[in-house]
Design a protein around this ligand. Structure first.
Ligand SMILES: Nc1ncnc2c1ncn2[C@@H]1O[C@H](COP(=O)(O)OP(=O)(O)O)[C@@H](O)[C@H]1O
Ligand SMILES: CC(=O)OP(=O)(O)O
Ligand SMILES: [Mg+2]
Length: 410
């Protein structure tokens, strides 16, 4: 079965086409700048040079159409017909309390995702555009959704409740949900394999540091606490998001700057974090480059970013009364040796001894970056959210009674 995995953002759409019998990526790519003047489609097939096409792509429906055209392209394609796509799996960031596992899409699932638009304003509306675009372009293909929040549904109430009137939880489900769960699920299992230890005996702290960034305390294979909250704004400092702040800043800023609530919300989500403090960029590569060139604002942004990660690590050691390994993953966590070094330099009390050479190694495999004698191991374990989404989608479609019949008749 071929499964197309889609992760749609407001102006981008990433795709991976999997053959599930072999768990092999047949092709992958992304469409960027959807709705802007010149959109870019980048398409990759194993061992071939990347293919880039610049054109006008005004919406997600056109973006999906372009992806399907590329997948069946005479020269660059990997499929003879779009009917060779048997299922589509989507990443959906917010599933609220309704979903503790992945599901096939029907009207009620779409309604639930829509209800959660306010709680993941940068993500859920974009995911819905992706789902609708697939529905238009591939009307007969089953679609599944895999939620970032699902893995965190095991958190105990003391982790997920806010210390505010409980009526707000009962009436409006105001609580922490946590995100990047698909990544934590995948990375915690890969880590247990790498350490050759049973998952149910491990205490892990995983730092998923990408554009959006969070940390999680994974106790015996289950999410015990995580830094993101009701929305993906809480916790660590991120590319454009503020992370933790005193909630009193919101009304104070509204009054002092004569801003609306929406403007402050947008400031905290899109104009804060690395971008605001450095005044340069939300991209860690550019921050590191500017810092190494002597830019003081970039240096401060970098230090604040690393310091917050370190504080969460400290908190989660206490939360779990110990830790067996600290793991870095996602775009920044996997690629920025400098960030890992900055974080680890303040963890000597826990027995972390960084191996500077190992820290510089680039690899797509899990690896240890501490010395042999280090009392506590720090690892880099590349995440693969797409593979987990493909696996869940494959299982859900296989387990549909109708699908079992049609596949066994083939
Ligand atoms: N070599 C690198 N050094 C530092 N940061 C990097 C490097 N490569 C990628 N990144 C960072 O990774 C981020 C993207 O991470 P990713 O996990 O793909 O995020 P998302 O899924 O949220 O888009 C980029 O914003 C960039 O800052
Ligand atoms: C939940 C979240 O922040 O996702 P991303 O890192 O993809 O922005
Ligand atoms: Mg991501």
């Amino acid at each position: 079965m071929n499964v197309l995995v889609i992760n749609s953002g407001s102006s981008s759409l990433k795709y991976h086409l999997y053959n599930m019998e072999k768990e092999e990526v047949l092709a992958k790519g992304r469409v960027e700048r959807i709705g802007m003047d010149s959109s870019i489609l980048t398409h990759e097939v194993d061992h071939e040079p990347e293919m880039r096409e610049v054109s006008e792509i005004l919406d997600h429906t056109t973006a999906i159409k372009k992806v399907l055209d590329m997948l069946t392209h005479r020269q660059y394609g990997v499929l003879t017909n779009i009917n060779d796509i048997q299922a589509v799996g989507h990443r959906v960031v917010h599933g609220g309390e309704s979903f503790s596992e992945s599901v096939l899409i029907d009207q009620s699932v779409k309604l639930e995702i829509r209800k959660l638009f306010d709680l993941a304003p940068l993500h859920n509306p974009a995911h819905m555009m992706g789902i609708m675009a697939v529905e238009i372009n591939l009307p007969d293909v089953p679609q599944a959704v895999v939620f970032d929040t699902a893995f965190h549904q095991t958190m105990p109430p003391k982790s997920y409740l806010y210390a505010i009137p409980t009526v707000l939880y009962r009436k409006h489900k105001i609580r922490r949900y946590g995100f990047h769960g698909t990544s934590y699920d995948y990375v915690s299992k890969r880590t247990a394999e790498f350490l050759e230890r049973p998952m149910n005996k491990l205490k892990l702290i995983i730092c998923h540091i990408g554009n959006g960034a969070s940390c999680a305390a994974i106790l015996e294979g289950k999410s015990y606490d995580t830094s993101m909250g009701m929305t993906p704004l809480e916790g660590l400092m991120m590319g454009t998001r503020s992370g933790d702040l005193d909630p009193a800043i919101v009304p104070y800023t509204i009054n002092k700057e004569d801003l609306t609530l929406n403007e402050v919300n947008s400031m905290l989500n899109k104009h804060s974090g690395l971008l605001a403090v450095s005044g340069i960029s939300s991209d860690m590569r550019e921050i590191v480059e500017a810092m190494n060139d002597g830019n003081e604002a970039a240096k401060l942004a970098f230090e604040m970013y690393a310091y917050r990660i370190r504080k969460y690590i400290g908190a989660y050691v206490a939360a779990m009364d110990g830790v067996d390994a600290i793991v870095f993953t996602a775009g920044v966590g996997e690629n920025s040796a400098q960030l890992r070094k900055e974080v680890c330099q303040g963890l000597t009390f826990f027995g972390v001894e960084l191996d500077e050479e190992r820290n510089e190694v680039r690899s797509s495999e899990p690896r240890r970056i501490t010395t042999k004698g280090s009392k506590l191991s720090v690892l880099v374990v590349p995440t693969n959210e797409e593979l987990l989404i493909a696996r869940d989608t494959y299982q859900l479609v296989l387990n549909q009674p109708a699908a079992v019949e049609s596949i066994s008749n083939e």
